[in-house]
Design a protein around this ligand. Structure first.
Ligand SMILES: Nc1ncnc2c1ncn2[C@@H]1O[C@H](COP(=O)(O)OP(=O)(O)O)[C@@H](O)[C@H]1O
Ligand SMILES: [Mg+2]
Length: 399
């Protein structure tokens, strides 16, 4: 096999965990492939390198568990979560670290916040030495399916700590009197063990507040929660998540030192997510660009669902999952979706040839005729004809 010597050196460097050597050998391989005209392979390597730097950027290597601002006993699989005394329901879920939680994809500002927190938590000793406390609480808000819960898992994983996840609606007992006790038990548990406490679906509490019955009891529950959040500061990191930030009252907002908004991914993050969700199919950059062009405003969870549908559709046709098959599959998946509310997606759903007219005339997508041809399975001259015909203008959506 050609280049086997380089591959061998890469394997050796990787086994030695010698990162500099890995990079050197990968660069060697890349230049050999480039010389041999293997552009696709070079692009694949570049993607891997880019993904690796992204990950590194996300995960400062200096994060050390023992330095995280967390105290307590070690939580093991033998420890049972606390329970609701009346119903026996568990008040939280425990995820021990080491499972390799997926690394979420962030836009630049969310990335900065997460990076900042992780490196702060990795250096809490240094911070304390100069008399400042590290941030201990984070509120994540934004629409469903934007990666909030997986961010909680990811942070715990990066800190090497177990994640104790409570859903507030699970704590709210039908016997209202028990709710405050459940909350107190949950926090006692989290404070006893070294862990990250994740309060998911935090808005359930705010909804409860609107209930005109049981006003006194609800006040008590909210106060218990606020007191426990304050006390929790001494013990460890707390993350709360809500889909409806508008429902939380200012007293609750104030409890959280950092607030992180997670929204629909912008185009760079969208392309990264699409590439990820298309694996193991290795979609070309132009194909990913076309997917992304049709799917702005979609959440990460939407993109995942759509990519899965495309993969399913492609496989069922029995065709090789090449660019042209993926393009056709995207068109049919979009065609089956109700209310696309987005012109390019509507054009592609209605008529793939009109879509080619559209993107050949739209500078914003940034694809030349050759790339469009490759990504759609058409010849360059077909693309050029379609560009002239402007078929998309004949469709009602594109007016
Ligand atoms: N930013 C993102 N990065 C990676 N995956 C994402 C992202 N947003 C959504 N997803 C995908 O969507 C799924 C749902 O994400 P989740 O964290 O449960 O959303 P939320 O808690 O915001 O409702 C995840 O399992 C993941 O596959
Ligand atoms: Mg969630």
């Amino acid at each position: 096999m050609e280049n086997f010597a380089v591959v061998q050196s890469i394997i050796k460097a990787a086994l030695d965990a010698d990162e500099a050597a890995v990079h050197k050998q990968v660069a060697r391989l890349e230049s050999r492939l480039r010389r041999a005209g293997a552009e696709k392979e070079v692009a694949a390597i570049e993607r891997l390198l880019k993904a690796a730097t992204e990950v590194k950027h996300l995960a400062p290597s200096q994060v050390v568990t023992s330095r995280a601002p967390v105290t307590g006993e070690t939580l093991t699989s033998e420890v049972h979560p606390p329970m609701d005394r009346e119903t026996g329901a568990q008040l939280c879920r425990i995820d021990l670290p080491g499972k390799g939680a997926p690394k979420p994809v962030y836009g630049p500002s969310a990335q900065e916040t997460i990076d900042g927190l992780l490196s702060e938590w990795g250096h809490s000793d240094t911070l304390k030495a100069v008399g400042v406390e590290p941030t201990r609480s984070l509120l994540i808000y934004g629409p469903p399916g934007t990666g909030k819960t997986i961010t909680g898992h990811y942070i715990a994983e990066q800190l090497g700590l177990p994640l104790v996840t409570a859903r507030i609606d699970g704590l709210i007992s039908s016997f209202l009197g028990t709710t405050a006790r459940n909350i107190a038990n949950l926090f006692d548990f989290a404070n006893r063990y070294a862990c990250v406490l994740l309060l998911d679906e935090f808005d359930a509490l705010a909804k409860l507040r609107d209930d005109p019955h049981e006003v006194g009891e609800i006040k008590r529950v909210v106060n218990t929660l606020l007191q426990n959040l304050d006390r929790r500061r001494e013990y460890g990191v707390t993350i709360a998540i809500t889909n409806h930030d508008g429902l939380l009252d200012p007293a609750v907002w104030r409890r959280f030192e950092t607030q992180l908004h997670m929204g629909e991914p912008e185009h760079v993050a969208r392309e990264t997510l699409i590439a990820r969700f298309m694996t193991p199919i290795n979609a070309d950059a132009a194909t990913i660009r076309i997917f992304s062009y049709c799917l702005p405003g979609r959440t990460g969870a939407d993109l995942e669902r759509i990519c899965q549908a495309v993969k399913r559709t492609t496989v069922m046709t029995g065709e090789a999952p090449d660019a042209s098959a993926l393009f056709k599959a995207l068109s049919s998946v979009l065609g089956r979706m109700p209310r696309l509310n987005h012109m390019p997606a509507e054009v592609l759903a209605a008529n793939p040839r009109a879509f080619v007219s559209l993107i050949a005339n739209d500078l914003e997508i940034g694809l030349d005729q050759k790339q469009i041809g490759q990504a759609t399975g058409m010849s360059q001259s077909q693309v050029s004809t379609l560009k002239r015909k402007k078929l998309h203008l004949e469709l009602p959506h594109a007016q």
